[in-house]
Ligand binder design. Structure first.
Ligand SMILES: [Zn+2]
Ligand SMILES: [Zn+2]
Length: 389
C-alpha cells in the first residue's frame, strides 16, 4: 500500500487566533441535544498560548493567571458529505478536493469516502490526530457507511435498499475498508441500526444520507433512528433533487422531517453536495448544498455545533441570523447579499407565516417547534433548524 495509509486526519490551520470573520457575539439558543456527541479526541490546543493582557480593572491586582485566548464563534461554511478517489466512484485525489473547497469559500468539510476513513497526506505523520496545515482550513475525518442491497422492508423503488450513514468527526482509524452491513434482517431499522453500531465504534456524529433516494424511508423510521442516536438528516442532498421533492405517492424529505419533528424527534436538517466530481466533467458536482455552523474555528467546536443544531443548511442563501433570541426565532439574510427573499415559518408541520423580505422573527410556540425556510427569487434556499421551548 506504500503511503496509502488509511488513517484520517484533520487539517487545522494555524492557531485559533487566525479566526476572523463574523461578529462573535451570537448566542445560539437551540436546545442542546441531550447526551450530545460522543467525545472526539481532538487535540485542539492552540498552537501558541498567548497570555491575555489584564484589563484595566484588574491591572493592579497581582498574579492574574494567564488564560489561553478563546476564539470567537463565527459562521463557518462546510460540507458534511464529500467523496474523493478512495471512495472508488470518484477520480479526484484528496489534495484536489481540498483545493476545490478552499478556493470556493468554504471553511471546512468532512471527508466521507465509502466504507473507509481516508487519510490526507500532507507529508506529515498525522495518523489519528489533527494536523496543522495552514490558514485555518479544517478537514474533519469521516466516513460514509454504505450498503447497497435489495429486499428491504419497507420496500424501496425497484426493491432497492440503500443504507448510507455518515460519521462526522470519526476518531477511530480502522485502516481498511469496513464490513459492517446487517444482512440477516430485512428491516430498514435494523440495517440502519447496524450503521449506528459501527458508527459508535468509529466516533463522531451520525448523519442519515439521502433518505428519500429510492424511497423506503418513512417518518416512523426517522423518529426511531433519532432515538437511537442519529443526529442529522439530509433534507436536501444536491444529487437527488427529484427524490428530495417527493411525488404524488411519496412525501418530500421536508414533509417527512416535519412529521418526525412533530412527533418529538431531535433531528437537524442538512443540505449537502455529496460531491464526487470537481471539474467541468462529471455529474455529481460540488457546491450544491452546504451548512454554516456557528462555532469557533476548531474541529471539536464544529462537531459539537453540528450535533447541537447550531447551524443552518443552504443551497445558496447566506444568513447572518438563524437563532433564538428573546423567545423568538430570528432569521435574517446576511448583509451584502443581493436578491429578493421570502421567509416562511413552519410550525408543527404547517406554514403559519410568510414574510416578503430579508429578515423576520416569530415567537417559539408553547408546544412543538417552529423552523424557517428562506427562499431567494432564483429558488435557492436556507433552512433554519427547528426551535423549541
Ligand atoms: Zn450515499
Ligand atoms: Zn455519498
Amino acid at each position: 500500500m506504500g503511503r496509502m495509509r488509511a488513517a484520517l486526519w484533520w487539517t487545522v490551520a494555524v492557531s485559533a487566533l487566525a479566526c476572523s470573520s463574523g461578529t462573535g457575539t451570537h448566542r445560539p439558543a437551540y436546545e442542546a441535544t441531550p447526551g450530545a456527541v460522543a467525545a472526539v479526541a481532538v487535540d485542539d490546543t492552540p498552537a501558541a498560548v498567548v497570555p491575555l493582557v489584564p484589563v484595566a480593572a484588574v491591572a493592579a491586582v497581582a498574579a492574574v493567571t494567564p488564560v489561553a485566548p478563546v476564539a470567537p464563534e463565527v459562521w463557518l461554511r462546510g460540507s458534511t458529505h464529500v467523496h474523493a478517489k478512495p471512495s472508488g466512484d470518484s477520480s479526484t485525489p484528496i489534495s484536489d478536493v481540498i483545493a476545490w473547497y478552499r478556493t470556493h469559500g468554504y471553511d471546512f468539510f468532512v471527508l466521507t469516502d465509502h466504507n473507509q476513513v481516508s487519510e490526507v497526506e500532507d507529508g506529515n505523520d498525522t495518523r489519528g490526530k489533527p494536523a496543522v496545515l495552514d490558514e485555518g482550513f479544517i478537514v474533519l475525518a469521516g466516513i460514509e457507511l454504505t450498503s447497497n442491497t435489495r429486499d428491504c422492508i419497507p420496500r424501496g423503488h425497484r426493491n432497492r435498499c440503500r443504507i448510507h450513514v455518515n460519521m462526522i468527526g470519526a476518531t477511530a482509524r480502522p485502516g481498511s475498508r469496513l464490513e459492517w452491513a446487517e444482512r440477516r434482517s430485512q428491516a430498514r431499522v435494523d440495517r440502519y441500526n447496524a450503521a449506528l453500531v459501527a458508527g459508535r465504534a468509529l466516533g463522531g456524529v451520525a448523519q442519515m444520507n439521502h433518505p428519500n433516494w429510492a424511497w423506503g424511508t418513512d417518518a416512523a423510521l426517522l423518529v426511531e433512528l433519532a432515538r437511537r442516536g442519529m443526529h442529522l438528516v439530509e433534507i436536501a442532498n444536491a444529487q437527488v433533487p427529484t427524490w428530495n421533492a417527493g411525488n404524488a405517492t411519496h412525501p418530500s424529505m421536508e414533509a417527512l422531517w416535519d412529521t418526525a419533528l412533530a412527533r418529538g424527534a431531535v433531528l437537524w436538517g442538512v443540505a449537502s453536495d455529496d460531491a464526487h466530481d470537481y471539474g467541468a466533467r462529471g455529474r455529481a458536482k460540488a457546491g450544491g448544498g452546504w451548512v454554516a455552523v456557528r462555532a469557533r474555528r476548531e474541529p471539536q467546536a464544529i462537531v459539537d455545533a453540528l450535533a447541537a443544531g447550531r447551524f443552518y443548511a443552504s443551497s445558496g442563501v447566506v444568513l447572518e441570523h438563524a437563532e433564538v433570541a428573546g423567545g423568538e426565532l430570528v432569521v435574517a439574510v446576511a448583509a451584502g447579499e443581493t436578491g429578493t427573499y421570502t421567509i416562511e415559518f413552519v410550525e408543527n408541520g404547517k406554514i403559519v407565516q410568510t414574510v416578503r423580505g430579508a429578515g423576520a422573527r416569530r415567537a417559539v410556540p408553547a408546544t412543538g417547534y417552529v423552523r424557517a425556510v428562506v427562499t431567494r427569487q432564483d429558488g435557492k434556499k436556507a433552512w433554519v433548524q427547528p426551535a423549541r421551548r
